[in-house]
Design a protein around this ligand. Structure first.
Ligand code: ADP
Ligand code: MG
Length: 612
């Protein structure tokens, strides 16, 4: 007996729906995109029980006439393209004409829509894809779609939905992304009758971010942009160094206005912060990439969440470098501002700019030192002078007084405060400082690593070398030897004098000044690892050079730096701290670990219950 049967149309539709509609968030995505495609500039979303019970979206877009309200429920019915050739130039989100049909097939849908040219609207009640009721109704111009009981007729799928909280989180993340993508669109989002987003029209992405997110993120935004010679442009807003999260959920990437998921581009954003954010911490960034439509394929994923690039590596490098450049510029600006502040004869900066005291109190937690409480403007307290406390609300600030309270001398000293004092070493690993902000703990190794890293990088030409009394001979495996022989010039650029020796051996005659003889083996080994990794990943030449440069600098810095548990004299600690205050990227070591933490006096007082 023949076993193969054709499935009935309604079953095919249910199966096809699974491709497009995976979970409530995918329904929200399709409906939101339809509203945006319809030119809406005001969208309201009501969600109940993570979207499992109800998803309702109301827009003020162009709406649909009676015939279209019916046609839109049919599979492959679209007003956006007429042939597949148009895909290359499509600028709308939708083009496959599948979404409404798919959603209607697996839910109870109520569609109310009124076209701009009509006086009345039409209402259709659709159950499992078939229109059960229809009527003319009074309605605003636009479309109002309600999806009830998603997957009520596909129990196997409904069973696989996650908890309400998880489904809701996915919806929320999606709506945030579109709110960032369309700052000009007014967006309201409600979940179980609570308001989650209520954003009016914003003039810019930055303004939208301020509407959506809270301080401290919104205090430290950096705008960035860039272009390439092949017509790619990048624009966006990202957080400064001071802000980070423990997940990647706030890295939003848009390609030609589409929110996409692409781990390589996300990684490129993170790499832009490498050297700055500690490992395991991630930034906020809304990155909008525009490129010629023929360089990107938007039709590779059933839910259009992913795209494929013609030159993916180029895109990644472009993102990473643009971000890195703007971060560096912003840091540079900050350093200059701080330097000005340090020498300006000004009133004591008890409170930053126009920050309220409560604001400060909230932020003064056990946090990595950030630029708002950066130490670059601090000076050591001269030992011979008196130290007096000036009370200001909950915080106390040490100032040096040399005479009468209001003498000219004091004015001069006061102008360069706040100050710091070295308390000592903890566990022969952390340098403890007293500052006007509280207790600062500096990891002596991480701090020195950063200092050395920047020093090694700052040299324009090959650094000074020292001749080794007894050359170091390194024996390698045949394959490692071959890899290194081709790249010996890299080590030469760092100040190594290396000769290729017979029998898989290298002879090192001279090393850079700060590299000790016993470190040579590790440095060569690191170079080999990096070379092999980069070859495997087929890294482009420019990226490759940077990677190698970073890895070698980081290793040399690490080897040359003071170690944890090294006993330091007070003058050595002072010297280290002084150098740290002026070095770029001083918040983290080259591997991304923090160099210093601040425990605010306020927090200490709270712990001791001096303040509640
Ligand atoms: P696609 O978006 O790929 O065209 P959909 O199934 O999502 O396919 O929508 C089918 C058609 O229904 C769209 O092409 C559009 O003409 C119409 N439509 C859907 N939603 C709306 C809306 N909110 N406002 C106006 N027209 C809409
Ligand atoms: Mg659509």
């Amino acid at each position: 007996m023949a076993l193969i049967k054709l499935l009935p149309a309604h079953e095919i539709q249910k199966i096809a729906a699974g491709e497009v509609v995976e979970r409530p968030a995918s329904v929200v995505k399709e409906l939101l995109e339809n509203s945006l495609d319809a030119g809406a500039n005001h969208i309201v979303l009501y969600i109940e029980d993570g979207g499992k019970k109800r998803i309702r979206i109301i827009d003020n877009g162009c709406g649909m006439v009676y015939e279209d309200a019916h046609a839109c429920l049919l599979p492959h019915a679209t007003s956006k393209i007429t042939s597949v050739h148009e895909l290359a130039v499509v600028t709308t989100f939708g083009f496959r004409g599948e979404a409404l049909a798919a959603i209607a097939a697996v839910s109870r849908m109520t569609l109310i829509t009124r076209h701009v040219t009509q006086l009345d609207g039409n209402k259709l009640v659709v159950v499992a894809g078939s229109v059960e009721q229809e009527s003319a109704v009074a309605a605003n111009i636009g479309t109002d779609i309600t999806i009830d009981d998603l997957f009520y007729n596909v129990p196997a799928r409904r069973k696989f939905l996650k908890t309400d909280t998880t489904e809701w989180r996915a919806i929320q993340q999606l709506v945030y992304a579109y709110a960032l993508d369309y700052p000009a669109c007014t967006i309201e989002l409600y979940h179980n009758n609570t308001t989650v987003i209520n954003c009016q029209h914003a003039e810019s992405l930055e303004q939208r971010i301020v509407q959506l997110f809270e301080s401290p993120l919104t205090k430290q935004l950096i705008n960035f942009n860039g272009t390439t010679d092949d017509d790619m442009t990048l624009a966006g807003v990202m957080a400064g160094y001071q802000y980070s999260r423990f997940d990647r959920s706030q890295i939003y990437i848009f390609v030609n206005n589409r929110w996409i998921k692409n781990h390589k581009l996300t990684a490129a954003v993170i790499k832009g912060y490498q050297n700055i954010l500690p490992q395991g911490q991630y930034p906020f960034a809304a990155v909008s990439l525009a490129m010629p439509t023929n360089c990107v394929d938007i039709n590779v994923h059933p839910r259009k969440e992913e795209v494929q690039f013609l030159h993916p590596r180029k895109v990644e490098t472009f993102i990473q470098e643009t971000i890195q450049r703007h971060l560096e510029q912003s840091l540079q600006k900050r350093v200059i501002q701080e330097q000005h502040r340090a020498i300006m004869p000004a009133v004591l900066p008890f409170i930053e700019d126009n920050q309220k005291e409560t604001d400060i109190a909230q932020n003064k937690q056990f946090v990595p030192i950030s630029y708002s409480n950066d130490l670059s403007h601090l000076i050591p307290i001269p030992q011979q002078q008196n130290v007096q406390k000036i009370e200001y609300g909950a915080s106390a600030l040490d100032v040096v007084t040399t005479g009468n309270k209001y003498s000219d001398d004091q004015q001069a000293v006061v102008s360069v405060a706040p100050l710091y004092r070295i308390i000592g070493q903890l566990d022969h690993t952390y340098i403890l400082l007293e500052t006007d902000e509280g207790l600062v703990m500096v990891d002596q190794h991480a701090a020195h690593e950063r200092i050395m890293y920047e020093k090694i990088g700052a040299q324009q030409s090959a650094p000074e070398s020292i001749q080794l009394l007894f050359p170091e001979i390194i024996t390698l495996t045949k394959s490692d030897y071959e890899v290194i022989c081709e790249n010996i010039s890299i080590l030469a650029s760092f100040g190594f004098d290396i000769e290729v020796w017979g029998n898989c051996q290298l002879r090192i005659n001279a090393t850079p000044l700060h590299v000790k003889q016993h470190m040579c083996k590790d440095i060569v080994a690191t170079l080999i690892t990096e070379l092999i990794e980069s070859q495997d990943a087929q890294v482009e030449a420019a990226v490759f050079a940077k990677k190698i440069h970073h890895a070698l600098r980081a290793l040399m810095a690490c080897k040359a730096a003071i170690k944890a548990h090294d006993v330091l004299q007070e003058h050595e600690m002072l010297d280290l701290i002084k150098q740290l205050f002026v070095v770029p990227n001083r918040l983290t070591c080259p591997h991304g670990r923090p160099t210093s933490w601040l425990m605010a006096t306020y927090e200490i007082e709270k712990k001791f219950k001096r303040i509640i």
